[in-house]
Each structure stands twice: as structure tokens, then as C-alpha cells.
Design a protein around this ligand. Structure first.
Ligand code: PMP
Length: 297
């Protein structure tokens, strides 16, 4: 198969500024503010068998990110939703598992820090990429992590394309031979490199508050629902490093990793070093909700 870009199979159809075109033909100016300043935001919607999962919540977050960086909506909500379906329709993955990646930047203008005046058209890019659900081995063996200081900025609630802090944190995990980092700011838990972190104590599920120090994953709301349905308490409050180390269970969530157990931190086991009962219940509940999408023809 024709390999266009390292790791990308074939030449999938993508969307760029009003056009559907092959990935190999989709180009933006080097003066795009996304390229020059990282001045843009993005979103990732998981898609199961052609059905976007919690799309409303993802598009709500996209709109919140846009508002927080004072960027105009590239198109009305209904059109954006339609774009997701139109892209899926054109994708080889239309009946499979995939994710829709969307990115909006402040557009192309002379390199200058202030927002362009008058405003220029934002750049809107979207593509479908394959999504592989976590394997049985990962689900049952769990993941390992290291703790690192959170060295990012103070607007982690914005799903910004400026991901250098997250990229360097993830690379630290790779270098250490583990799966993920758990970041702490002044000794308090924030999140992983591209996931939220959950702590279980005495059967209760805890996560850091939704504030400017973490990205509010769409799974914050989803886990709240699953916990309610399972009769598990769900508490958002500051979590210290000690509480993380002493946890009965640790978990991470993200659109693509769904919910997974973290069983080792800094080379020490968390509790018995095995996925725990709360994880197992949430995992099952997560799977049930995903499989219901398949049956819903
Ligand atoms: N935090 C960060 C920094 C992330 O990049 C992600 C992945 N988007 C998450 C948390 C989890 O968010 P979600 O559940 O919406 O994938």
C-alpha cells in the first residue's frame, strides 16, 4: 500500500477549509498560527462502528476551548456535526472503530503575536484515524506509570494544540520504560500526559476538581454516570501524592484508552499490584455502554 506519511496507511480523505481531499494534498501555509504559535485547539471524538460516542459533549468542549481562546466558531454546530458524519461516510473505517480528530487554528496571517485585525478565517482541519480498543492483556495486566512534576502552563482546561508539555511528559514515560506519567503540581495530582487519573479509596472513586489545572475529559461526566449506576461514590477534590501512592486502585481514562488500571507507580505496586474490583465494575459498565452502540441498529 502507498505509504504517504510514516505510520499512515494509504491516503485517507480528510477535510480542510471546506474541502474533502486526500491527506497527501491537504496542506496549510507555514504562516498558519497553529504552526507558528500553537495558536489553536483540537478535539478527538471516539467512534464505535460508525457511531460517534458522546459527540455532543465533545463538541461542547470544542466550543468551550474556542471561547477560552477567543476564537470564532469556524461553522455552526449543526454543520460541524454534519462534517463528522460526512467524513465518516468517506472513510474506509465507516463501519469500524475510529476517531475523528478536529483542529481549529486562528488562521494564516503575518507573524505577529496579537490576534490578526481584522480577524482572518480560522483554519479547520478534520480527519478520521483508526482507533484500537485496549487489548485484553492490557485490561487484565494493567499499566505502569512514573510520577513527574507538572511543568505545563495554567490553562490545562483548554484543549490546546500547544502540547509540548504533554509531549515531553509522555516521552519521559517512554524513556523510563513505563506506559504513562502521573503529573503532580506542588504535590497535588493533576492528570496524565493525555488522560485523566482516578484514585479509589475504600470503594469511593476520586478525581481532581475540574479547574484550570486539568483537561476535563469527557470521561469525567461519563464516569460520574457509571459510578451513579453502580452505586459508587464519586468525589472531585484535591488529591495529594500520598493519597495516590496509598490508593486501593488507580485508573486512567481517555477517549481511546477508555478506562484502564494503573498497577505500578514509580516501580512500586499500587495495593496488590493487580487491577481492582472497582476498576472491574467500571470496565464492565463501560463495555456495556459501548456494546449497546453496536446493537442499536
Ligand atoms: N487530559 C489530557 C491532557 C488529555 O489530552 C486527554 C485526552 N483528550 C484527557 C485528559 C482525557 O480526555 P477525554 O476523556 O475527553 O479523552
Amino acid at each position: 500500500m502507498h505509504e504517504v506519511i510514516q505510520g499512515v496507511q494509504g491516503d485517507p480523505t480528510v477535510y480542510l477549509n471546506g474541502q474533502f481531499l486526500p491527506l497527501s494534498k491537504a496542506t496549510v501555509s507555514v504562516l498558519d498560527r497553529g504552526f507558528i504559535f500553537g495558536d489553536g485547539i483540537y478535539e478527538v471524538v471516539p467512534v464505535y462502528w460508525g457511531r460517534p460516542f458522546r459527540m455532543k459533549e465533545h463538541l461542547d468542549r470544542l466550543e468551550r476551548s474556542l471561547a477560552k481562546i477567543e476564537l470564532q466558531q469556524p461553522m455552526p454546530r449543526a454543520q460541524l456535526e454534519q462534517l463528522v458524519f460526512d467524513l465518516l461516510e468517506r472513510s474506509d473505517l465507516r463501519d469500524d472503530l475510529s476517531m475523528v480528530y478536529m483542529q481549529v487554528t486562528r488562521g494564516v496571517a503575518k507573524r505577529d503575536h496579537p490576534f490578526p485585525v481584522p480577524a482572518v478565517k480560522p483554519t479547520l482541519f478534520a480527519m478520521v484515524a483508526p482507533f484500537v480498543r485496549p487489548t485484553e492483556a492490557v485490561r487484565t495486566q494493567g499499566l505502569s506509570a512514573i510520577s513527574v512534576p507538572d511543568e505545563r502552563w495554567l490553562h490545562c482546561d483548554i484543549k490546546s494544540v500547544s502540547l509540548l508539555g504533554n509531549v515531553l511528559a509522555k516521552q519521559a514515560a517512554i524513556r523510563a520504560g513505563v506506559d504513562e506519567v502521573i503529573q503532580f503540581r506542588d504535590g497535588w495530582l493533576t492528570e496524565g500526559s493525555s488522560c485523566n487519573i482516578w484514585v479509589v479509596h475504600d470503594g469511593c472513586v476520586y478525581a481532581p476538581p475540574k479547574n484550570n489545572l486539568v483537561l476535563e475529559g469527557i470521561r469525567y461526566g461519563f464516569l460520574e454516570e457509571l459510578c451513579a449506576a453502580q452505586g459508587l461514590s464519586y468525589v472531585l477534590e484535591p488529591i495529594s501524592r500520598e493519597q495516590v501512592v496509598m490508593a486501593d486502585e488507580l485508573m486512567l481514562t481517555s477517549a481511546t484508552r477508555e478506562v484502564l488500571p494503573i498497577v505500578r507507580l514509580d516501580d512500586q505496586p499500587i495495593a496488590q499490584g493487580r487491577p481492582g474490583p472497582v476498576y472491574t465494575r467500571l470496565r464492565q459498565a463501560y463495555d456495556d455502554r459501548v456494546l449497546a452502540l453496536r446493537r442499536n441498529d
